[in-house]
Design a binder for this molecule. Sequence first.
Ligand code: DAH
Length: 340
Amino acid sequence: MEIKIKALREQMESGLNAISSKKDLDEFWQAFLGKKGAVTALMKDLGQVPKEDRPATGRVINEFKSYVETRYQEARERIEELELSARDKTEQVDITLPASKNKVGSLHPITITKNEMINVFSGMGFEIFEGPEIEDDDHNFTRLNVAKNHPARDMQDTFYVAEDILLRTHTSPGQIRVMDAKKPPIKVLVPGRVFRSDSDATHSPMFHQMEGLVVDKTITLCDLQGMLDAFVKEIFGSDTRTRLRPSYFPFTEPSVEVDVSCFECGGCGCSLCKGTGWIEVLGGGIVHPRVLENCGIDSKEYSGLAFGIGIERIAMLKYGINNISLLYENDLRFLKQFRD
Ligand code: DAH
């Protein structure tokens, strides 16, 4: 047995020296320590050793086995180190190269405009409220004084989801929801997405509005004009003036269309204002007493003002965007111009 071990030891030493890769290492393990390996075979031979010699021979074999295991472990560490340093050489990083920049996103112009608008109005004490995009006919039309067969319903091409259920055509139903939930004094903004079957260079089937509603004692058209005047000065510049024109909305009486003096030409007339010196920006008015009553608010005690602003319209005017679809195409060449 000892001769056998001696021969094996020599064999193992030369085997160890020949190891230069992970593959060699595996083969070595199989040849000596594996199930069919030479060291394992020694254990099997122990049966043929005379009984009285077995403990001593067994010990010798075990010592030899753990010696082989130690040598194997050493070889393994040597190979791993070798492979690591080989990899370090091929994967060297050139720290003088310019770093690849992370692409940084930016807020969408609609979001920038919306935030700016909210900023101005929150400075006047407005709270934010958001209503559902899928509305019922009652909130979107009826309680806003747009009766079932009212011709005003033709003004808005509605997407119906089911009978009496629709994608809101404006943020005005937010007025009803706020007045149902809250007693005056009320001062809220309702920003959100709205939907109409309409599409051209300045209209999109989905767009954004911001509704404003103030209900209190003695609210007048002067309050509306004062607030909107301050608003447009913040958004378009301090030289901007406002002009109210009579208009019609079923939910306000009187109703007004609000124009701003053209910030491109200062009011002399140019292509942006089509030579008129004025640009229409929003609609508003004094809340119709019937709308207040529909929400359980005594119209003799309280009055209100309301307005609705198209966020796309403001963004397009402010940034000189001539086609609304640019706002929805997610073209990075367009969007990255709005990075701070
Ligand atoms: N809801 C109107 C629209 O979408 C805009 C509007 C006009 C809202 C007058 C108002 C308002 O609150 O008083 O065309």
